[in-house]
Design a protein around this ligand. Structure first.
Ligand SMILES: [Zn+2]
Length: 232
């Protein structure tokens, strides 16, 4: 298994100073419940697009959202397979025209064209999790991962990531403070957790590349996007 397939949230979420965060999602960027999100593919063959959407629909099986593939603007989520690495805007952050100019991608699935079925499902579900407002499970206040920081920094500074120290901080090391929901218990089965090798932790702790939504992922999606008539 390659462990280089970590991804990145564009920009800095400013975790330390953020207020009112839930552990696995950022409410500032949640879409209105019931939204029909328009997904536009900027490139890639039809079969690949269909496999991505089939995997991503695991979220809309539980969240009160729909994904509709469109062929032109306006689009809420713009997907490229030709970006640098795998990444996605978090929820409504994709509306930020300074970060994501009109017509530019809001999500990159660079590894998807060469990925097998399980890897593709993992990539699509993880990045579409970001696109509906979820953040990294290892950013949970409850994660308690003892990172071997020099090893992680060195690994991610090199190819294919070329991350700055700030990129590593916000995507790997930083944790949310707020523990106000039942969903803050660290979930090692979350599709929003990185897979990483034992060398990255001081105690040799490691996690596999989860491909399915965990029970807590499904419950959280339904919690932040509840069915009509229920409240968040
Ligand atoms: Zn991610």
């Amino acid at each position: 298994m390659s462990f280089l397939c970590v991804d990145r949230i564009p920009g800095l979420l400013d975790l330390d100073r953020a207020v009112g965060l839930e552990a696995a999602g950022d409410p500032r960027y949640f879409w209105p419940t019931g939204s029909a999100l328009r997904v536009r593919f900027l490139d890639g063959p039809p079969g690949l697009r269909a496999r991505v959407m089939a995997a991503a629909s695991a979220w809309t099986d539980h969240a009160n959202l729909t994904f509709t593939v469109v062929g032109a603007e306006p689009a809420d989520i713009r997907v490229t397979f030709r970006g640098a690495g795998n990444w996605s805007a978090v929820g409504m952050m994709s509306r930020n025209r300074r970060m994501f100019p009109p017509g530019a991608p809001t999500m990159s699935l660079a590894e998807a064209p060469a990925a097998g079925p399980a890897r593709l499902a993992r990539l699509a579900r993880h990045e579409f999790g970001h696109a509906i407002g979820l953040v990294h499970e290892h950013s949970s206040p409850d994660a308690g991962i003892a990172w071997n920081r020099p090893v992680v920094l060195a690994a991610l500074a090199g190819p294919p990531n070329h991350w700055s120290t700030a990129d590593v901080a916000v995507n790997v090391f930083d944790r949310y403070r707020d523990t106000r929901t039942q969903f803050t218990a660290f979930d090692p089965e979350s599709v929003m957790l990185y897979a990483f090798p034992p060398e990255w932790t001081l105690d040799g702790r490691t996690f596999p590349e989860n491909t399915e939504l965990s029970a807590a992922d499904r419950a959280f999606a339904a919690h932040i996007y509840p069915p009509r008539g229920a409240s968040r």
